[in-house]
Write a protein that binds this ligand. Structure first.
Ligand code: GDP
Length: 435
């Protein structure tokens, strides 16, 4: 199909999340990508077109399910890319999804994949039949024209949410996590179950409903609480895309509050969702929920904090709140931690202080050599970006390896208190000035 190749190419080295719930029927992958300074989420709804309709299958049922999932995926997306294989030609499912897309009125980018060789007769003319405009011909495998495809996507994306609404909010929080970990319960507990606090925020897309709460005289927005709250009738497709919806809420937030069900411990899926938040440049607060269900021994286990730090070692210092949405334990701590992490996330460190820290770090652990070449880290400064980003000027960027980058960034993290914040490193070449 080539879509997984495309997906991997788009998200690069970043982490993908597999929707486990979706995995029961078919796989759905989520990841973050950047293009021309814009960060957005890519969803690979592999199942929509990879159905093999074999004999004995209840085709009507299958078709209905596919349609329902396609509809849910489409309604939650800002832009849809229909990827078709130009060598195999159009399948009936391609045509179904295309007509679904036309009906939806959503912006669509039609992508003809596997146009890797000039020698092959492509079925590009057939693609016009879909009525979705001019196809962009790419080769995901070779990375050919994927930039054109992203340009087309960018053209069709709505403005970023920062531009959508200026406000006096102290913080925007997205409550995220696997199904049944207690997100809705936490939300209800935080809002006191009071509907009066719920305000539909105009200007935001679709039916997302944000809830504002006041804490310590500061206004905190809980983003897209409609996506968290259980609806009266939950169709399987809505449930299927509930993870997508909370990830979307994350895109409009400053901080992700990751809810864990401590009776399950930390699962791979929990870590993937946290990784997604970090990739998207968001701060992280971890809620170790259902603490009331643990035995006394478990609750008093002295290794708990170190184990959590190890499980979430890609975002050091993320606050872990042992909570119970049921009993109300430590719920205020969740909002307090959110405010703290966000304060850190927006911190700007003056350049001289940063370079003091760099000098001390280098003295503690000098830069490594690589094939006889020694790395020199000359200078560091913080970029003016929403995600804490540090620009290191080095003699040879290609030997500024990940391990040493991580060491330096963690020194900065510890000294200036970036606990629970994503931090980025940019390496720039700077020739040494001989004196
Ligand atoms: P969601 O799918 O993440 O929104 O999870 P829900 O909030 O619907 O919670 C799933 C189940 O876990 C419900 O039966 C809740 O009553 C229960 N639950 C949620 N939080 C807690 C908690 O802190 N302790 C206990 N014992 N149960 C909880």
């Amino acid at each position: 199909m080539g879509k997984s190749t495309l997906f991997n190419r788009l998200i690069g080295e970043r982490r993908a999340i597999v929707d486990e719930l979706a995995g029961l029927t078919r796989d759905c992958l989520y990841g973050v990508t950047d293009w021309r300074g814009r960060t957005f989420t890519v969803i690979d709804t592999a199942g929509l077109t990879s159905h093999k309709v074999t004999e004995g299958t209840d085709m009507a049922e299958l078709a209905k399910e596919t349609q329902e999932q396609a509809r849910a995926a489409i309604s939650d997306a800002d832009v849809c890319c229909l990827v078709v294989d130009v060598r195999d030609g159009l399948t009936p499912v391609d045509r179904d999804v295309a007509s679904e897309l036309r009906r939806s009125g959503k912006p669509v980018v039609l992508v003809g994949n596997k146009s890797d060789s000039h020698l092959e007769p492509y079925l590009s003319h057939e693609l016009y039949e879909l009525g979705l405009g001019e196809p962009i011909m790419i080769s995901a495998l070779q990375g050919k024209n994927t930039g054109d495809m992203l340009d087309a996507v960018l053209d069709k994306l709505p403005p970023p949410w920062e531009e959508e609404e200026g406000s006096d909010l102290a913080l925007r929080i997205a409550i995220v996590g696997r199904p049944n970990v207690g997100k809705s319960s936490l939300l209800n507990a935080l809002t006191g179950g009071k509907r009066s606090l719920v305000s539909a925020v105009p200007g935001t897309t679709r039916d997302s409903v944000d809830t504002d709460v006041t804490f310590d005289d500061q206004r905190i927005r809980l983003v897209d609480t409609a996506g968290i709250r259980r609806r009266g009738v939950v169709s399987s497709a809505v449930e299927h895309f509930s993870l997508l919806r909370s990830l979307r809420a994350l895109d409009r937030s400053d901080i992700g509050v990751l809810v864990l069900d401590m009776s399950d411990g930390v699962t791979a899926q929990d870590r993937h969702i946290a990784g997604y938040a970090v990739d998207a440049g968001k701060g992280l607060v971890i809620v170790a929920n259902k603490w009331d269900l643990l035995s006394i021994e478990e609750r008093e286990d002295q290794t708990f904090r170190t184990r959590m730090a190890r499980d979430f070692d890609f975002i050091p210092g993320a606050p872990v709140i042992t909570a119970s949405a049921l009993t109300g334990r430590h719920l205020e701590g969740v909002l307090r931690a959110g405010l703290d992490v966000n304060k850190a996330r927006t911190r700007r460190v003056p350049t001289p202080a940063l370079n003091d820290c760099l000098r001390d770090a280098i003295a503690k652990h000098p830069p490594p050599t690589h094939k006889g070449r020694r790395l020199k880290v000359l200078y560091v400064t913080q970029a003016a970006t929403p995600t804490p980003t540090f620009v290191f000027f080095v003699n040879e960027p290609d030997i500024f390896h990940w391990g040493y980058q991580r060491f330096l960034i963690n020194q900065i993290r510890d000294r200036f208190g970036y606990a629970g914040c994503p931090m980025r490193v940019v390496a720039r070449r700077r020739r040494e000035v001989k004196t």
